[in-house]
Design a protein around this ligand. Structure first.
Ligand code: SAH
Length: 355
């Protein structure tokens, strides 16, 4: 292509930069994962004041030869918003945490590090390479299955090491719920029993119990996920398959679960929920914590993250992220009469569906 003016050439070069940025975005993923692995956020946090590069190298017990490579990694992570940098009197960099790297501190209740590490884990990231094969006619239900020969949930049952990392990743995401559950009094009002379907190792149930200790909580998940989990007052675990039966309760909760299943599968699940709720005398409800795609209402970063999760669901599962119309259509088809969406925290909303 012959550029016909300087402007056309500059547009082409800008276009080239956009292509390269997105083709190399995995570099940010790996540098983020590497920073967590090395413990960079923890070291800066322990230092309790902005940290110079030599201080960082020494605290991380790296060889001084790695000072300049580390500065280069930090430059990308500063640019991406994970650290901030100031220049001291000697014009040397001093690094501090940002709200995002504070969420990566080890041992903190709110740490998202296990979630990041499971997203970049080869078991979840390799299947992306198989998208083309899958689109061009592989018969497997999911790209994950094309890559690994079994679906994600069976894989977890066969590989205890990965199962542990996956469950810990999900648990770390769930612990953030403690920032909002206490403020959701109206949602849990009148609820005396609750089953958290696909509730993993029970973190959301524990958070709900802290805020509403009278609720009898059952965590329902695949047997290899719930086996050996210690029970407590008002907290019990049941292993099973959500397509077979769901224990009855006033409220049936799904966090980060519906987006793992196709519309047809969600309809089956929702119809089962209506049966379980109907067995109770007072009308109960389904509570879903998931994303609601809102291209007009959300800012560009939130939308991009939701769209990435949508493709992640296509790669790993039969599921998808949905907009409000798509959620509504499913609720009505499953026989629910009304629903309410409360967008309360960044990416997720709480959706209540009433029979
Ligand atoms: N609700 C948790 C976990 C979400 S991941 C959280 O937000 O942290 C989806 C969960 O669904 C996993 O724990 C997985 O084991 C569970 N799951 C998958 N297939 C299932 C099935 N057929 N029956 C019950 N649970 C299932």
């Amino acid at each position: 292509m012959e550029p016909n003016s300087g402007q056309a050439a500059s547009e082409s070069f800008r276009a080239q930069a956009l292509i390269y940025k997105h083709a190399l975005n995995y570099g940010t993923s790996f540098c983020l994962s590497f920073a967590i692995q090395l413990g960079i956020p923890d070291v800066i946090h322990r230092h309790a004041q902005p940290m110079t590069l030599p201080e960082l190298v020494s605290a991380l017990q790296l060889s001084p030869e790695k000072t300049i490579p580390l500065r280069r990694v930090m430059a990308l992570l500063v640019h991406s918003g994970f650290f901030s940098v100031n220049f001291n009197k000697e014009q040397k960099e001093e690094y501090s945490l940002t709200p995002s790297s504070r969420l990566l501190l080890r041992g903190e209740l709110s740490s998202l590090s296990p979630f990041v590490q499971v997203l970049v884990h080869p078991v979840l990231s390799n299947p992306w390479r198989f998208l083309g094969d899958w689109f061009r006619g592989c018969k497997e239900q999911t790209v994950f299955e094309t890559a690994h020969g079994v679906g994600l949930w069976d894989y977890g049952g066969k590989d205890p090491g990965f199962n542990g990392l996956f469950n810990e990743g999900m648990a770390s995401d769930s612990r953030m719920m403690r920032l909002v559950v206490g403020d959701c009094k109206e949602i849990f009002e009148g609820v005396n029993s609750l089953v958290d379907v696909g509730g993993g190792t029970g973190n959301v149930a524990k958070i709900i119990l802290q805020a509403f200790p009278h609720i009898k909580c059952t965590v329902f998940d695949l047997p290899h996920v719930v086996s050996g989990q210690p029970e407590d007052t008002n907290l019990s675990y049941v292993g099973g398959d959500l397509f077979e039966s769901i224990p009855p309760a006033d409220a049936i909760l799904f966090k980060h679960v519906m987006h793992n299943w196709s519309d047809e599968e969600c309809l089956k699940i929702l119809k089962k929920c209506r049966e379980s709720i109907a067995k109770k005398k007072d009308a109960g409800k389904v509570i879903i914590i998931d994303m609601v795609v809102d291209m007009q209402g959300d800012d560009a970063d939130i939308t991009e993250t939701k769209l990435l999760f949508d493709i992640l669901m296509m790669v790993l599962t039969t599921g998808r992220e949905r907009n409000e119309r798509e959620w509504e259509k499913m609720f009505l088809e499953a026989g629910f009469t009304s629903y309410k969406i409360t967008p309360i925290f960044g990416l997720r909303s709480i959706i209540e569906a009433f029979p």
